[in-house]
Design a protein around this ligand. Structure first.
Ligand code: GLU
Length: 423
């Protein structure tokens, strides 16, 4: 299988052929594109902590800083066994595109620790979070690179990292991390923002395409922060969420599911498999949920879940990507051939980093916004991004991904030129 980063490079190649027409100086344009194809910096560290049983354990960790022409680097830190150099390179590039498309003043970055969180206690994860913040303290900062939560990381982890970072640098700097607890300068509305904005995209798309929410069946793969809030807001907006999965498998009910109830059950029983067994829900596999005959499929977990092995079997008419990079380049070719539409990740899940931007801006000014203001501003940003992507796609007969990538790559190239790039 093509690597994740290579998939992203193929997207850049595809867009640069189209974008080249906008620039007279082709040589400079080509040089800039080859610069954008390489993250500016990749930092790798081995982190060692003492486990609860007194043994020393080491972990590989990373931070890829892709391009900071538009502003400081910005992007999450994930804790997952799949974390590797290729993955952070790909994800940092997608972050640059996402921030550019959202119209927020950042470049992209991404970090991670290769760890199976289920095997470690809270105390061990706290040590690991602090070890990461200490090791990377030289490379991050409110005007340098601003981390945030990602897969398996949350507000508590940001709080531990902030504490360790501030200790290392010797001053307070809440704007260095976003997605913090409210008590430490986190923003109201940040936690729900990714899911909320995904549903803004869903609603705008439904309006344009005249979809009736109560007749629109949705399957959501993933029940972390993003999957949960997306499902909840989709249901609250009248859509029919008929299947949701966690890593153990999926629960299916043709009449529609109640995500909040599932969340309570998940707390009680631990996994969807256990919920299905105890509460009598229909249970299907994580592969099967992707192949359900729904109107809209929402991958909201990991990358590359829609790939050349299952692309031909996808029956949903629309894929709304809430995960980063859930569809591989090859799979996309098959989906497009089968007349599927894809609402791309850099548009659909940009609400998280947009709310992070609001948090950062509040911290730098020492003020705090009401939840109403955060949500109103989020809606403005996401609807604006959606409309630009939708109208460019219709005008130029681009797919939504091509339109989104075109707009974001153009802003990055322009920023590099304005800074005086010389070829
Ligand atoms: N991890 C989230 C993402 O992939 C949020 C990043 C941020 O807020 O910086 O978009």
């Amino acid at each position: 299988m093509t690597s994740f980063f290579n998939n992203v490079l193929r997207q850049i190649d595809e867009i640069s052929i189209l974008l080249e027409n906008e620039y007279i100086d082709k040589k400079t344009f080509k040089k800039i594109i080859s610069e954008i194809k390489k993250p500016q910096r990749i930092i790798k560290k081995t982190l060692t902590i003492t486990s609860d049983n007194g043994k020393k354990i080491s972990f590989q960790s990373f931070r890829a800083q892709h391009n900071n022409a538009l502003g400081p680097f910005k992007g999450g830190i994930r804790f997952h066994l799949n974390v590797n150099e290729d993955e952070v390179k790909a994800l940092s590039t997608l972050m640059s595109f996402k921030c550019s498309l959202a119209g927020i003043p950042y470049g992209g970055s991404k970090g991670g620790i290769k760890v199976d969180v289920s095997r470690f206690s809270q105390k061990e994860l706290k040590k690991l979070s602090k070890a990461y913040a200490k090791s990377f303290s030289k490379y991050i900062g409110e005007r340098i690179d601003v981390p945030a939560p990602d897969i398996n990381t949350n507000a508590q982890i940001m709080a531990w990292m902030l504490e360790e970072y501030e200790k290392s640098v010797g001053y307070k700097s809440p704007a260095t991390f976003t997605g913090k607890p409210i008590e430490l300068g986190g923003s109201l509305g940040r936690n729900e923002a990714t899911g909320r904005c995904g549903v803004f995209v869903l609603k705008e798309f439904a309006k344009k395409e005249r979809l009736v929410p109560s007749k629109t069946k949705i399957a959501v793969q993933g029940f972390g922060n993003v999957g949960f809030w997306f499902s909840k807001f989709a249901k609250d907006s009248g859509f029919k969420v008929i299947a949701i999965s966690d890593s153990s498998g999926a629960i299916l009910n043709e009449k529609g599911l109640d995500p909040e109830k599932l969340n309570d059950y998940k707390r009680e029983f631990g996994s969807f498999k256990e919920i299905a067994e105890n509460k009598g829900f229909k249970f299907i596999s994580n592969e099967d949920i992707l192949e359900l005959p729904v109107d809209i499929l929402v991958p909201a977990a990991l990358e590359a879940v829609i790939n050349k092995d299952n692309a031909e079997k996808i029956k949903a008419k629309v894929i709304l990507e809430m995960a980063n990079g859930p569809t591989t380049f090859e799979a996309e070719e098959t989906l497009l051939k089968n007349k599927k539409e894809i609402l791309p990740d850099i548009l659909c899940n940009s609400g998280g980093v947009t709310a992070s931007y609001f948090e950062w801006a509040q911290n730098l000014q020492g003020i705090s916004w009401s939840e109403k203001k955060v949500n109103e501003e989020l809606k403005k940003y996401i609807v604006n991004a959606f409309n630009s992507v939708y109208s460019l796609a219709k005008k130029k007969k681009f797919t939504f991904r091509v339109a989104a990538n075109y707009l974001s790559l153009k802003r990055i190239v322009d920023a590099i030129i304005l800074r005086g790039f010389e070829s």
